[in-house]
Write a protein of this length. Sequence first.
Length: 374
Amino acid sequence: MIYLIAEMLESLGGKWEVFRVFQYVSVRAIAASITTLLLIILFSPSIIRKLHLSGQRDTQRDIDINLAKSKRGTPTMGGIIILFSVFISLLLWSNILSHFIWVIASCMIVFGLLGATDDISKVRGGHADAGLSRTSKLLVQGLFGIALGMFLYFPITSPFSAGIADTVGVPFIKPASMGGFDIHLGWGYIFFVAFVVMAISNAVNLIDGLDGLAAGTTLPPVMVYAVFAYILGNIKMSEYLLYNFMPGVHELVVFAAALIGALIGFLWYNGYPAEVFMGDTGSLALGGMLAAMVLLTKQELLFIIAGGLFFYVNVTHLIGDRIGINLLGRRIFYRTPIHHSYEHLGIAETKVSLRFAIVALVLAMLSLATLKIR
């Protein structure tokens, strides 16, 4: 909103040209980050108190006595703090007419509502297994993913230029326009989008299990895709680094900055010992928004590196539950998701969360190295 007002005033010329500063994505990104951070610091205590008084408290599954003590009763559904601050920041500092912002906002709303429904169901049912069924969540995620895929694929709505709408970005490989080659999926791109949305949103949801873990491990990949959005939205930098120029994608930098500020602010209250959990309201929404950034920057396969930690947690979970327990009838790991196994081995919860965050940061740096290795 401020962006559009500043654009209108700047067009009047004269003394109003000072508002040109708000045309710069860097200025708006910094403002967006500060806005979300301040909103969370100021309003989180009252929101946490209201969540506690309203009975929106955690109902964890019973855990092994060798693991950390139960945190039953801690306010959950704290993801609304993140979503509220990011939404306000986007209204203030982003170009709300941008298709890229529409996609991010829709992911935030849909997955936030899905997660909130699941959190409320768990609390009312009095148990962590009383939430929405896995089939129900996958159905909503899949349908939204298909709708998003159609939005991104068809020229009438797609924010992508002709010729790249159905392509998939591959690390280390230049696009065809720069002397490399493109992978075109045609109609299959719609279902590819649905798969990416479902995979990443559930991956972030699964890693949310320790104080500060989901927020701390999501920060690095968000930063990576913010860098890519800035480069791809700059005609000179994208040409120099041999990427397709994508007009308007730089608006994602404002979103990413807002989300980074929100996650840092949330960690203030979610760090051990947590005063509030983000719940599925936050983790599903974070996953949905991260998936949108991956798709909108056309760097889908880069997530194998940038989000490698999420793959690790999900693959070990599939091996432990689907193969170990369901097929073999025994445990392969002490407990899944895998971060609980490390707790079982006696590693402190704070150290597990910190080490996971360090690994995520290292993977982020490796991801940025692909900018030049092409």
